[in-house]
Write a protein of this length. Structure first.
Length: 254
């Protein structure tokens, strides 16, 4: 029975695992980085934590006799994606990246694109503003450089330690977030600028649409450069690739 490893932590990884969970011709393991304290329930065996770089991932792939690797990590998880690309070259196995298409700027969007969080801090300017940080908890620390702003911070897990500024509020919530709810949140807190990654997908696009409707600016972190490997944008395409990659080991079309 072929063994498949999914590098996850995204909605797409969960949906792929759900589609594969009922198959009797494959053994599937989903790997999480371990950064979320209470991840959503998953239908396949889960491992949590890093591998220890390229060498550690190579050792795992060999020890577990993995036959195919699917990188369904977040578009900003550039390190693990690079490690996966190197590891499969060493081991000699098929790799697919399941990557969300980035959001595209449309008429009415007021985007300022930046390369990193320090540039995002600079883009906020010197005058005090009402800032919504829609980021992972590991990305908020640089904003302590600009304590003049009021920050509304939303994350799945607590921000620990809290942001070192005099005026910050925290919301713990897990998406998806609809446009109407996001519009109400932005209006209730008087937000005049959002800082966000270009995550893609529909689960967190609500804040982008809400910002457009309200005329609010968005500081958008550009996506990192990812390895040049075979890639698809949908779970269906990933399933088709997997059946082809593992044939004749896996029954195609099951």
């Amino acid at each position: 029975m072929p063994d498949v490893l999914i590098l996850g932590g995204t909605t797409e990884a969960r949906r792929l695992a759900e589609r594969l969970a009922g198959r009797s011709d494959l053994a599937v393991t989903l790997s999480l980085a371990g950064r979320t304290a209470h991840p959503a329930a998953l239908p396949v065996p889960v491992r949590s934590g890093g591998f220890g770089g390229v060498a550690g991932l190579v050792d795992y792939l060999k020890a577990e006799r993995i036959d195919a690797l699917i990188d369904a990590t977040h578009p900003y998880a550039a390190v693990i994606s690079a490690n996966a690309a190197q590891a499969v070259r060493i081991v000699g196995m098929p790799l697919l990246a399941l990557r969300r298409r980035p959001w595209a700027k449309v008429d009415g969007d007021r985007w300022t694109e930046v390369a990193d969080m320090n540039e995002a801090v600079h883009a906020l300017g010197d005058e005090p503003r009402q800032v919504f940080l829609a980021l992972g908890r590991k990305e908020v620390a640089p904003f302590a450089q600009a304590p003049q702003h009021h920050y509304l911070v939303r994350s799945v897990d607590p921000i620990d330690p809290p942001l070192a500024v005099p005026d910050a509020e925290y919301i713990r919530a897990r998406g998806p977030f609809g446009e109407d709810d996001e519009r109400a949140l932005l209006a209730a807190h008087g937000i005049d600028v959002i800082v966000s990654k270009n995550s893609g997908g529909s689960a967190t696009y609500g804040k982008i649409a809400a910002a457009r409707a309200l005329g609010i600016g968005v500081i958008v972190l550009r996506r990192p450069t990812l390895p040049d490997v075979p890639a698809v944008e949908t779970v269906d395409a990933a399933l088709a690739w997997l059946d082809h990659a593992l044939a004749p080991q896996a029954a195609r079309g099951v």
